[in-house]
Structures are given as C-alpha cells and as structure tokens.
Design a binder for this molecule. Structure first.
Ligand code: SF4
Length: 400
C-alpha cells in the first residue's frame, strides 16, 4: 500500500524549543540538534528513524495532534485509550507520546518501569491540567476539613490532571474519570457518601464544565447544587453556608479550547444551516452543551459521525485538528467547525515534525530524550484512583 505523507504545516515554522522564549518554553531541552522546520527531509527522516527502531518504539497520537505527526502514530485515540494501548505493549522499550504532559504521565504510570515514555516537546502542557496544582488542592482540602465537610466529600479528577492530583484522589478515597465515564464515576463517588440524593459531596477537578454538565444533565442535579471553588480565594470564594449546601464543588478550571465555544455560535449555525446537527464535547460550557443535539467524548464524536447519514449536516465543538480530519474523512457529509476563528490546542500543537524527528533520531542513536518519570509513591497512589476507575461498571456504552 502506498502511503501519502504530510509535509509540515505552515504553523510548524514557528520556532519551538530553541530557547528563544524562555518563559513559554519552560522545560524545553532540545540540545542543539532540533531539525529546522524548513528541512525538506523531515518526513523521510522520521520514517527512517521509526523504521530503524522497529518494535522497540511505539508511537501514540492523540486525536488533537497535527496531521504531520499523527501520520507516524501506531495508534490514535483519546488520552485514556492511548495510556491503555501503551500498557498493552510491554515489549516496546520506548513509548513516544504525541500528546501533552499529563497524558505521558498516565502512560508512565500504566507501563512497566523498564519502558521509557518520551514527550517530544516538554513544553506540551495542558492549560486545564495546569489550573489545579497539588499545593492548591491540598490547601482546598484542608479548608474543607476545617469547614467540617471533607469526611462527606469524595474527590474525583478528570483524566486531564497531573499525576499528583490523581494521587491525591487515590489517597482520599476518590477516583479518576474520563469524559466517557464521568457519569458512572460521579454515581460511584456519591454512593461512597450516601448516594446522589444524600448530603455527600464531590470535589470535581479540574474541569468545572465537565463536572457541572455531568451533574446537571446526567445525574439530574440543579445548577444551584454546584458551587465553583476558586483556589485564589478563602473557601474558594464561597460562604460556609454555600459550601455546606453544595453537592458538587467544581474546581475553577476549564479547557482553553472548548471554553471558547459560545451559545451564539450554535444559534448562528442553526440560523444559517437548517437541520444542522450540533455535536459538542462536554468540556464546553453548560450554555453550549444545553443548546447542542449530541454531547460526548472525542471517541463518541468520531463514532457519531461514522454512523451519520450521507448528506447530513454537522457542526462540531471540539479541537480543530480533529474536526478537519473528520471533514476530510467524510466528504459525503457537511461538517463545520463551531467557531469563527482558528481554535487549535496550542499546547498539543507544540508537538510538530521537527520535535518528533528529534525524539526518534535521539532514540535510534541510543539517547532517551525528554523522558517522563512519575515518582514511585505518586505512581502508587495515582494507580489506586486509576484502578478504581477501571473497576467502575460500564455505563452509557454509546458514549465510550
Ligand atoms: S484541548 Fe484543552 S484539555 Fe485538551 S490538552 Fe488542549 S487545553 Fe488541555
């Protein structure tokens, strides 16, 4: 079979990882030999390095990655699927994670100690995960203890969080969830403290939108049952009475990509394209999700479009790389992007072809660059919360 390779996109010409902007390139270390984005041989170099490594390397590509990178992925998927795919390849010495930092941490937790997880650009973080650091969460928990509610509160963290936050949940009887299983995770969490109709609480980290959308639309709670916890304010910016009355304590975090979509975008498409189907990710704001026809994870979005009728019209509220690929894969359907400006995930886009080539060539030369290592105690506790997620009963298989 002949394979067509994608050349670097024009935006790959941004100079990344070359220490030209120390503030935005924190942690970046590509010592001297990061290939130029203009190198016409990048595609061939990546192919040759991957071939030289053979089964020793396994490349994971998140759905939001650039075309120029995803073409070299052995598997594609969302963050949890990729971490599980990595765990299923114990023979691979190197796992190259084309995604963002928290995903590579999860892969390190779920893979063997003899496997090295490599993130081609250490500056590929996640703005949402960065909105909850462990010191802030420890501090919030201490305040909940002082307010007398911590013993009735279960912490639940979205997969999109640091290993330290997952470990916090493991240490405090909590669980990790994904956008596919948030409902069942929340039901399990409430069951630990008297059930959905009791007086227990969930501290949901770090995405307020996924927490609110799941609690209101799937568990039947009221918006008033949810409060937002701002880590910069005493008691998260709430009164003691509001904390006592709340069922869902939502960390003040959001995705900078999905947070851009507005109700007005939905209204505009409905006015302009009669009969259009609106399909959005649950990281979108409540006003967007309640205006949509379908809501689900990236895997759900992909499956929904696969099953859609030819000739049907869709507008999608998720990251632009994925929407563009879906539009290319379904020329028989009309597929729009739910925004009027470009809306890539800027941190996902840090992984470009020069960084992938640099990582693969380094590995082929016997060096392990940008290895992601989670310390043993954090791994142990984070795995408690991840294993608890894996033990949850299946629910909503349509939205896997
Ligand atoms: S799309 Fe949002 S949640 Fe995903 S990596 Fe980018 S900022 Fe983080």
């Amino acid at each position: 079979m002949t394979q067509t390779f994608h050349e670097p996109s024009p935006s790959a010409l941004m100079l990344l990882g070359e220490r030209r902007d120390p503030l935005s390139e924190r942690g970046v270390d590509c010592p001297g030999d990061l290939p130029a984005a203009s190198d016409p041989d990048l595609v061939e170099r990546a192919r040759a390095a991957k071939e030289a490594l053979g089964d020793r390397v396994f490349i994971l590509g998140h759905h939001y990655q650039r075309d120029e990178v995803i073409q070299f992925a052995d598997v594609t998927g969302d963050s949890f699927k990729l971490a599980r795919d990595a765990a299923a390849r114990p023979e691979a010495e190197f796992i190259v994670f084309c995604g963002v930092h928290f995903m590579a941490e999860s892969a390190d937790i779920l893979t063997g100690d003899d496997q090295a997880v490599v993130l081609p650009d250490m500056a590929a973080g996640c703005s949402m995960a960065d909105m909850a650091n462990i010191n802030q969460v420890d501090d919030a928990w201490a305040q909940l203890e002082e307010a007398g509610v911590a013993s009735r509160t279960v912490p639940v963290t979205y997969m999109n969080s640091t290993a330290a936050i997952k470990a916090f949940c493991g240490a405090h009887g909590g669980v990790v969830c994904t956008s596919s299983n948030a409902e069942v995770a929340l039901r399990w969490a409430f069951d630990q403290v008297g059930g959905v109709d009791g007086d227990g609480k969930v501290l949901f980290l770090p995405d307020q939108h996924l927490g609110r959308n799941t609690a209101v639309l799937q568990l039947g709670m009221e918006l008033d049952d949810c409060i937002v916890w701002d880590p910069r304010k005493p008691l998260g910016g709430n009164t003691p009475e509001a904390v006592e009355a709340a069922r869902m304590i939502l960390w003040k975090g959001h995705c900078s990509v999905h947070g851009r979509f507005r109700r007005a975008h939905v209204d505009r498409f409905r006015a302009e394209v009669p009969g259009i189907n609106v399909l959005v990710h649950p990281e979108c704001a409540h006003e967007v999700v309640t205006a949509a026809d379908f809501v689900g994870s990236t895997e759900y979005i992909i499956k929904t479009l696969d099953a859609a009728e030819p000739g049907s019209s869709w507008v999608i509220g998720t990251e632009l790389n994925l929407v563009r690929r879906l539009a290319n894969a379904h020329p028989d359907k009309e597929i729009h992007f739910l925004e009027d400006t470009v809306c890539f995930c800027s941190t996902m886009n840090r992984i470009d072809l020069p960084h992938l080539v640099w990582a693969l060539e380094s590995l082929a030369a016997g060096e392990v660059p940008n290895r992601i290592v989670v310390d043993a105690e954090t791994q142990r506790l984070a795995k408690v919360a991840l294993d608890q997620m894996l033990a949850l009963p299946a629910l909503n298989p349509a939205k896997d």
